[in-house]
Design a protein around this ligand. Structure first.
Ligand code: PFF
Length: 440
């Protein structure tokens, strides 16, 4: 629209425009741009939208001066092709070192896409691997209650703040902090917080994906029948896991690289084509598989004891360390403090209610963590094995019980595939923080 007073665009782009996506961009630079609200757009006689009978789109015309322009932050309408003069599409722009840089910013296809992707980020090894073992370490009941309180009182508000910052600024963490603090005293220093997020996300991703890679190895062991053999003797499985598998550097690297390959693939295909597509299939599947396992575990002898352990608080066992661990885990499990929710929030529009989304994501995350605990402790109690309080119960104890079920190979495989999927939707969000920063 620069230099012209009429442009053609696809109906979808126009909808974006009227929905406020472009308008939101302008909001970041309020000082230089006039903000147009949606109703402004509809009622202002300077704008006209006409259907184009030749193409399935609309003419958008602006009469008089064109407000979509500012000295240093123009919203550029890029021409689709050289021949197609007048066919423009709005693209997001950033000006860096005086050179206008245009980059279309991805968006979720809708509310569900965002909720599933953000829930996918939240639900991962933190829920299925870490939460059960720290609950075991901290003696259940009271710890679980404190953890739920931390999620509600600390996690939900921080999540709302992160998503809001992303949506408001339409940028990755570094840029978001920079934009929000611009013009304030000491404002520049705030981008350091964004940097911490990118660094923390990057560091965690490289530990997280090593553990996530173990699930691929265990799926393979289960499918080839090797796990069933190993799992008949708990100590044999324990020593295989600790002395052989973990001690093999080449295997650790191999599975780590494989897992990072899957993550990179999903991130490469972008917000809608990769991340959202993966999450839309995997998250419901994960929930159904877990639900089936909870129902199955309710038929086991150890189920009642597991429920008592998890939901009957005994505050005499609660330590200060446990309270801190509950707080730390609430942030980790909700993917907070690393810019993941902020980045995902930068792909949403104004039609999404952030408090509602934060509550839904936190509820689903807590529900899955508790379901994982019910399954795990029912299995442990039923087995009657004295399980050491360790981080490896998921890989050393659970198979020894699952192996007794009919179709053990398949059940074990399904179990590890599920954990791998949950981890994948989380590593995707960790990598997205880094890649969105690079793209921005
Ligand atoms: N929330 C994920 C889990 O519970 O496994 C881990 C995680 C993902 C943490 C993304 C931080 C993050 F940015």
């Amino acid at each position: 629209i620069l230099g012209s007073d009429q442009a053609w665009c696809r109906t979808a782009d126009l909808l974006d425009l009227t929905r406020g996506r472009i308008l939101e961009l302008q909001r970041n630079h309020l000082d230089t741009l006039r903000l147009l609200s949606r109703s402004d757009f509809a009622t202002n006689p300077r704008y006209q939208i006409e259907k184009d009978p030749e193409r399935s789109g609309c003419f958008f015309s602006a009469r008089g001066s064109v407000p979509f322009q500012a000295a240093d932050h123009p919203v550029i309408w890029r021409r689709r092709s050289r021949r197609d003069a007048g066919f423009f599409t709005p693209v997001r722009t950033r000006v860096r070192k005086g050179i206008p840089k245009t980059e279309p910013r991805g968006q979720w296809s809708g509310r569900l896409g965002f909720i599933l992707a953000a829930t996918g980020s939240a639900i991962g090894l933190g829920n299925l691997w870490k939460f059960p073992y720290i609950t075991h370490e901290n003696d259940g009941g009271a710890f679980v209650l404190v953890y739920i309180a931390m999620v509600a009182l600390v996690g939900v508000p921080i999540m709302m703040a992160e998503i809001l910052m992303g949506r408001r600024t339409q940028q990755s963490p570094v840029g978001a902090f920079k934009t929000m603090a611009a013009g304030k005293p000491g404002g520049q220093a705030w981008q350091g917080v964004g940097w911490l997020g990118v660094l923390a996300g990057f560091t965690i991703m490289y530990n997280y994906s090593v553990v996530a890679g173990w699930t691929i190895h265990f799926t393979w062991l289960a499918l080839t029948g090797q796990l069933s053999e190993l799992a008949t003797d708990a100590s044999a499985l324990g020593s295989y896991f600790g002395d052989e598998f973990l001690a093999s550097g080449s295997q650790q690297i191999f599975y780590h690289v494989l897992f990072m390959g899957l993550t990179t693939g999903a991130v490469f295909f972008g917000v809608k084509g990769g991340i959202e597509r993966v999450a839309k299939v995997l998250m419901p599947l994960l929930f159904v598989i877990l639900l089936v396992m909870v129902l199955w575990s309710s038929t086991t002898a150890g189920f009642g004891e597991a429920i008592h352990f998890l939901f009957e608080p005994d505050f005499s066992t609660l330590t200060m360390g446990a309270i801190l661990e509950a707080l730390g885990h609430a942030c980790f499990t909700l993917s907070l403090g690393m810019g993941a929710m902020l980045t995902y929030g930068s792909y949403i529009g104004r039609d999404i209610s952030i408090p509602r989304a934060a509550l839904q994501i936190s509820f689903l995350d807590t529900l899955i963590a508790l379901m994982a605990c019910v399954i795990m402790f029912s299995i442990i109690n039923t087995s009657g094995i004295e399980v050491a309080k360790s981080a490896t119960i998921l890989f050393t104890t659970i198979p020894t019980v699952l192996v007794k079920l009919p179709g053990a190979g398949l059940i074990n495989a399904l179990f590890y595939v599920l954990i791998g999927f949950a981890a994948l939707t989380s590593t995707i969000s960790l990598l997205e923080v880094v890649s969105s920063y690079a793209i921005d």
